[in-house]
Write a new protein. Sequence first.
Length: 224
Amino acid sequence: MDGELFPRTGREVAPGAVHLPDWLGGDLGRELLEACRDWARPPAGLRTVRTPGGGTMTSRQVCLGWHWYPYRYARTAVDGDGSPVKAFPAWLDELGRRAASDALGADAATAAYDIALINFYGADARMGMHRDGDERSDAPVVSLSLGDTCVFRFGNTESRTRPYVDVELRSGDLFVFGGASRLAYHGVPRVYAGTAPPELGLTGRLNITLRVSGFAAGTGTVGE
């Protein structure tokens, strides 16, 4: 935020997990937001995710490249309108590789990103502690934030409980986790409503998560 006494600086939160504040510039952030608005429209648009136990996630989601649903991937929105998943654009792969390189070094970005999970959080939305473990690649996960500030809880690889670190993610922040932290549990216990930069024109929070699938081209449903 403008006028802060101490500037926010990048830091390694855990081995292989790095937070880079304000990584997205204003113009790029606005371009990414407009792209997310296009992707959210039907077909295969923004949807509520239902868990196998009958519950629903409080954030809503749209996917690119591969459609994620608990706990596998498909080429169609099988738990939505059944339409083919939207294409993953080449520029988003370039963005993901640059983000991974900036956070973890040039050797971190060796594979092509081909999955985007875009979650929209309203004021009351949360995300429970979970692992991103449905891919067949150990490439770093790239997480970009737009809109409202949130508490991002980054934990350990063994359980959903302590030890964990709470990180404040604001609009434009980048968080990358790979290596020893690739399968760490993480979640969002709180969103601070009304904290999005006014010039962004967004009410709520968008999280754009980029992943490398490791799936063979042309395959259908992949998962457990």
